[in-house]
Design a protein around this ligand. Structure first.
Ligand SMILES: [Zn+2]
Length: 217
């Protein structure tokens, strides 16, 4: 599991230790052990450790592409999505003084995740995704629903439900046979990834998918 590195000056080491920080003698760094809230450690957090308030971060990502029938007009259209390799970070945050957000719990699952209902995407990732799949865009379809990135039909422009594409058995990104799995193309992009959104870990249970994933990365 994860821990949060701290930048503690020598003169403040006892103070950090009293709060629960531990010393990594191999890495020669102070850190907040797993399970301890970073509350009180704010002044020693490295700038990157706040991850700009993003909920999900990773040092690389995978773009998946496939084809699926439009939910509205039935036209088979290109669809795409994100998969994150194992050891990506999911960060629960809390509000600190002055509305600043602090990471409270960081987890690093040792299996890949699919991402859906992405409400905020690191601009460099959004730009690259736009180049790969022009129909993957941020939209707000109606007033009482949060805006999120989604696929759109190439022909009629209808938004395609993330739920249907990623979480329905037999869908484009939840294949149940080899033929369906082989339609998916993977592209591993070795650039930083960050977003707010939801993670799906069904890959763990879908053995066909897991095998395919390992063979293609
Ligand atoms: Zn359509």
């Amino acid at each position: 599991m994860s821990r949060i590195a701290l930048d503690v000056p020598y003169s403040e080491k006892d103070q950090a230790k009293r709060l629960g920080a531990r010393w990594d003698k191999f890495g020669k760094t102070w850190y907040i052990p797993d399970g301890i809230s970073p509350r009180g450690f704010e002044k020693w957090l490295a700038p990157g450790s706040l991850t700009d308030g993003y909920e999900i971060v990773c040092d690389s990502y995978v773009v998946m592409r496939s084809r699926a029938p439009c939910l509205a007009c039935g036209t088979v259209s290109e669809v795409c999505g994100f998969m994150l390799p194992p050891m990506h970070k999911t960060i629960s945050t809390m509000r600190g003084p002055k509305g600043r957000r602090f990471p409270e719990l960081i987890e690093e699952p040792d299996f890949p995740a699919l991402l859906l209902f992405i409400t905020r995407l690191e601009p460099s990732v959004a730009k690259r995704m736009g180049q790969i799949c022009a129909h993957y865009q941020m939209v707000r379809s109606d007033a009482d629903e949060a805006a999120y990135f989604a696929n759109h039909c190439e022909r009629c422009g209808q938004r395609q439900s993330d739920f249907c594409l990623f979480e329905e058995s037999g869908s484009a990104f939840d294949p149940t046979d080899v033929e369906a799995a082989e339609k998916v193309r993977f592209r591993h992009i070795r650039e930083p990834f960050a977003c707010d959104g939801a993670t799906s870990y069904y890959l763990q249970e879908n053995l066909l998918w897991s095998k395919f994933y390992v063979e293609h990365l």
